[in-house]
Design a protein around this ligand. Structure first.
Ligand code: GDP
Length: 526
């Protein structure tokens, strides 16, 4: 296949959902169609001990399917799909935001009984900021659901986006009989309890086809005909351009757990979802078809295999064709790295990347050189933008329960900081660390991870600190400021100086006394 065709046939996407809407189940069923698993549930556990870090690990544990934790690659309809996991928990949202900067489109899963929930809405807003194309999957139609008209109205009103049903449900809950596929004029009948079996569709000649009357109870055919007439009157037709611009979402109804409606969604992605989009660098736009390899790191994950203290940097390839052993420039440091052992995430196994193309995600083993937001480039100096960083809003002190383990704690915190799970500061004075997060619950998660992954029981304690701000400016001035304020200065995990301010008066005073310095809420990496 020609290079451009290969890229044309790639779909890199994420699923966004409120917890419990069915993201994991849908993921699993997409893999089923992708041929990655024969029958979900049949593949037995490999006996490997794994932690439930990502939702996919839940799939692994429950179903014994070997899936890598953050990216799944599968093939369907002669296309290569890269599905990126977005952790659903509210306090992991930073990670989610960053992941969404590495995909070209997303699928929004709604629980048919609940409609738009808080987390769906937040994630949707992130997608909208990037004008990202979104398909909607209304899940759990086999249960009592909200009226479909109500649901599409809610999507339209709450999210202010045009809605166009791609399928229409026939009945719901106990009476759910299937969907009418509005794209292909087909009837897809629902066969309850056929969990992992892919259900056939029945070709009909439009809604007036007498086959419908044979196959469905009279009152439901009548209702279907009325409903569809109304849908066609009220809703705009699918307009691919509007979908690509993020102003229209096609809506599919289904039941993930019954593998129902999933194929239609996947066909929709195959046909309409965007292939890899151009990358935005400070210097210029980069076309995915360009021959030279470029990409950016959007995620760092530590301890993917608890037996090894490995860390992996996830690189979204933006352009070019990567080949094993290739030398890429690490733009921030100016150093060159030969990439021999990058990982691709094929559904059955992690595999060493022989080659990768624009749109693909590579895992690069990392010993601390790569950071979130870094660009790798074959030749040109480029810096990709758009990876959000977040200001730490709540600060706490942390110390190891066993003072002998202080060093271990430091190492654990350093790795977590690199992952972007928290901001970590080591004050010049004293033996505690200060940790900054966005959501309070993150402290519990961190304490738990430090205890289980690094075997260091530790204690978080409240502080009287109001804010941590990175100090930037001319080196001499920065040093002068730090010397004068030693008791309030810390280093972040990369050694950059940070001012820990107790209140706004202190901060204002610092700004006044040192007008040439900048005090920044997030660290500017470049
Ligand atoms: P996640 O939190 O979004 O990943 O949701 P899960 O995929 O774990 O699903 C949450 C619960 O809903 C699980 O108990 C699933 O078995 C169930 N579920 C998922 N899809 C369906 C569906 O189509 N119908 C019904 N009745 N239950 C479903």
């Amino acid at each position: 296949m020609a290079h451009e065709e290969i890229i044309q046939n790639r779909r890199t996407f994420a699923i966004i959902a409120h917890p419990d809407a069915g993201k994991t189940t849908l993921t699993e069923k997409l893999l089923l169609f992708g041929g990655a698993i024969q029958q979900a549930g049949e593949v037995k556990a490999k006996g490997e001990r794994r932690r439930a870090r990502s939702d996919w690990m839940k799939v692994e544990q429950e179903r014994g399917i070997s899936v890598a934790s953050s990216v799944m690659t599968f093939n369907y309809d002669q296309k290569t799909f890269n599905l990126l996991d977005t952790p659903g928990h509210e306090d992991f949202s930073e990670d989610t935001y960053r992941t969404l900067s590495a995909v070209d489109s997303s699928v929004m899963v709604l629980d048919a009984a609940k409609g738009i929930e808080t987390q769906t809405r937040k994630l949707f807003e992130v997608c909208r900021m990037r004008d990202m194309p979104i398909m909607t999957f209304v899940n759990k139609m086999d249960r009592e659901a909200l009226d479909p008209f109500h649901l599409i109205d809610e999507v339209e009103q709450t999210l202010a986006i045009d809605v166009t049903p791609a399928s229409w449900p026939i009945g719901m809950g106990r009476d759910f009989k299937g969907c009418y596929d509005l794209v292909n004029d087909q009837l897809v009948l629902f066969d309850r309890g056929k969990g992992d079996v892919i259900q056939d569709s029945i070709k009909v000649e439009g809604l007036e086809d007498p086959k419908l009357d044979e196959l469905l109870p009279e009152h439901l055919v009548e209702k279907l005909r009325e409903d569809v007439e109304m849908v066609r009157e009220l809703c705009p037709q699918f307009d691919r351009q509007a979908y690509l611009e993020g102003t229209m979402t096609p809506v599919y109804f289904g039941s993930a757990v019954n593998t129902f409606g999933v194929q239609e969604l996947l066909d929709g992605l195959s046909k309409s979802a965007p292939s890899p989009l151009p990358g935005k660098a400070v210097e210029r736009k980069v076309d995915p078809n360009e021959k030279k390899v470029t990409g950016f790191v959007f995620k760092i994950q530590a301890n993917m295999d608890p037996k090894h203290r490995d860390r992996m940097a996830f690189l979204r390839v933006v352009s070019g064709k990567f080949k094993k052993g290739m030398k890429l420039k690490h733009v921030r440091s100016g150093k060159t790295m030969a990439i021999h052992n990058a990982t691709l995430f094929l559904a059955q196994d992690r595999e060493i990347a022989e080659e990768a193309f624009a749109g693909d995600i590579m895992g690069i083993p990392n010993h601390g050189n790569l950071r979130i937001g870094d660009t790798l480039s074959e030749s040109e100096i480029l810096r990709y933008t758009g990876i959000p960083s977040f200001a730490p809003e709540i600060l706490q002190k942390v110390r190891a329960e066993d003072p002998m383990k202080a060093k271990h704690l430091g190492r654990a915190l350093g790795q977590l900081a690199e992952e972007g799970a928290a901001s970590v500061f080591k004050p010049y004075l004293g033996s505690d660390w200060v940790v900054g997060v966005v959501g309070a619950l993150q402290f519990d998660v961190l304490a738990d991870r430090i205890r289980t992954e690094y075997e260091v029981p530790c204690k978080f304690e409240a502080t009287t600190l109001m804010t941590a701000e990175w100090i930037e400016g001319e080196a001499r001035e920065v040093k002068k400021f730090c010397d004068l304020n030693r008791a309030s200065i810390a280093e972040d995990h990369s050694g950059a100086p940070v001012y820990l301010a107790r209140n706004s008066w202190h901060l204002d005073k610092a700004k006044e006394d040192f007008p040439s310095l900048k005090f920044l809420k997030t660290k500017e990496e470049i």
